[in-house]
Design a protein around this ligand. Structure first.
Ligand code: COA
Length: 172
């Protein structure tokens, strides 16, 4: 097994891998156009020339990046591929001098073994401004926020005008 940066011809296989886990909300759905547009964020896991996993690193700025869309084909899990993908994305974040890597997951134990610690989502305002405030599960999120590195001290994205209303009564 090896990891490499994704290229556009990988987009369909990345789409299929993510789709396999987005139906039940384990992963955020990503349509093919989105994957093509952001293909430079992705790494893929290959075995014998076949793509069996993928993951992405979304850069907010040097203060924050997010590991997302991590998955390994069900039949290939438990062989170290998931760990390889995360390590490749961490190396990518290091190359860009990112000081905090975050993620949102229902599998916190997997990421704890890779050095991530549970955090408060309120400590990651960029994530809230980018994704959470438009998520249908905004008020009933069952994902655990995790970080590796130093918590960001500022947000780079503007706070959406509608967010204040949504935040009332919610313990983010
Ligand atoms: C999470 C996932 C990517 C792990 O891939 P994988 O190839 O099985 O991972 P690895 O083989 O590198 O596992 C490393 C260790 O983590 C453990 N692990 C794997 N998945 C785990 C999970 N969901 N929860 C807790 N521990 C897990 C493994 O048992 C293994 O432990 P070991 O070293 O003692 O054997 C894979 O299970 C997956 O695609 N899950 C569905 C999508 C998903 O949940 N993605 C993460 C959400 S952000």
């Amino acid at each position: 097994m090896r990891t490499r940066k994704a290229i556009l011809p990988d987009a369909n296989q990345i789409h299929d891998l993510i789709a396999g886990y987005s139906g039940d909300g384990t992963l955020l759905p990503r349509n093919l156009a989105e994957i093509c547009e952001n293909v430079r964020d992705f790494v893929v896991l290959e075995d014998g020339g076949r793509i069996i996993g993928c993951g992405a690193l979304h850069l907010y700025g040097t203060h924050l990046a997010e590991v997302r869309s991590i998955t390994v084909a069900p039949w290939a899990q438990g062989r170290g591929g998931g760990g390889l993908l995360v390590k490749k994305l961490l190396a990518e974040a290091k190359k860009h001098r990112v000081t905090c890597i975050c993620l949102f997951t229902r599998s916190p134990q997997f990421f704890a073994r890779l050095g991530f610690q549970v955090a408060h989502r309120a400590d990651l305002p960029d994530k809230i401004y980018k994704d959470c405030h438009v998520c249908p599960r905004f008020h009933c999120c069952d994902e655990v926020a995790m970080v590796r590195g130093e918590l960001p001290k500022f947000a780079i994205l503007p706070e959406p005008a509608t967010l204040l209303v949504k935040l009332q009564g919610m313990n983010v």
